[in-house]
Design a protein around this ligand. Structure first.
Ligand code: URA
Length: 238
């Protein structure tokens, strides 16, 4: 790929802006040699103002989403893109959330610019589980696990019933819910159908990938190769 296109796709500026940057000597290789438009060494050897370039396509990051941030890039309020380097919102192909979390849901959010990977993770046939920790307004009554697991629970205005979901009771008002799909406000609507109300919701795992304990709220990082594999591996006993 040409240097101008590479930099523009990574969000460093429009092609014209990037051309100006290159002409001003902002690009060099890892030996400090200034790069011209016609040169494009391997990605890892390119420096922008002395710093390594942002990661190439395909990018896959995990974010510990805090409360109060939406997953939509065009929301006028705080968005998850505010927690990432500003250039990430300008990448081409675009960096998209892998299944959205509600504004008030916290926890594990993946973002990628790889459309194929995104669809593979969110497609119900991928059997890629999502696990949520829910804190509830009222005590669990005991009927919820059977209701959620029935495969017959139809939420208002949905044409099809939900796929069977697993409920693991952790306390009187606390549970883990494992889903194989991702419908709008699904966990909150499931508990509402069971006569309860979710006070706080956190996604703790996607497939076999758990939210790392050392990833503080608002922090992000790229996945390691092993973590990528975990998304499609194992079911955490769910
Ligand atoms: N279910 C919900 O109700 N909200 C989310 O953000 C995710 C799953």
């Amino acid at each position: 790929m040409k240097l101008i296109k590479l930099l523009a796709n990574l969000g460093y500026g429009s092609r014209k802006e990037v051309q100006r940057l290159i002409r001003a000597g902002a690009l060099s290789d890892d030996q400090g040699n200034v790069l011209g438009e016609g040169e494009c060494p391997p990605h890892a050897a390119i420096r922008f103002r002395g710093a390594p370039l942002d990661p190439p396509f395909p990018l896959l990051v995990m974010l510990n989403k805090p409360d109060g941030y939406t997953c939509s890039a065009d929301d006028p309020g705080a968005t998850v893109y505010d927690l990432l380097p500003a250039r990430f919102a300008l990448r081409n192909p675009v960096l998209s959330p892998v299944g959205r979390l509600d504004k008030d849901t916290t926890g594990l959010l993946l973002l990628t610019d790889d459309g194929q990977l995104l669809h593979k993770i969110i497609h119900p046939k991928s059997s890629c589980l999502k696990i949520y920790h829910a804190e509830l307004d009222r005590p669990l009554e005991g009927h919820e696990a059977a209701l959620f697991g029935s495969g017959e629970l139809a939420l208002k205005s949905d044409s099809k019933p939900l796929l069977p979901a697993r409920l693991e009771v952790l306390g009187e008002r606390e549970a883990l819910v494992t889903l194989h799909e991702g419908r709008y406000h699904q966990v909150r609507r499931m508990f509402a159908a069971a006569g309860n109300h979710v006070l706080a919701l956190r996604r703790v795992a996607i497939g076999g990938l758990r939210l790392p304990a050392d990833l503080a709220e608002g922090e992000w990082r790229e996945l390691t190769p092993d973590e990528r594999l975990l998304i499609f591996a194992g079911t955490l006993g769910a």
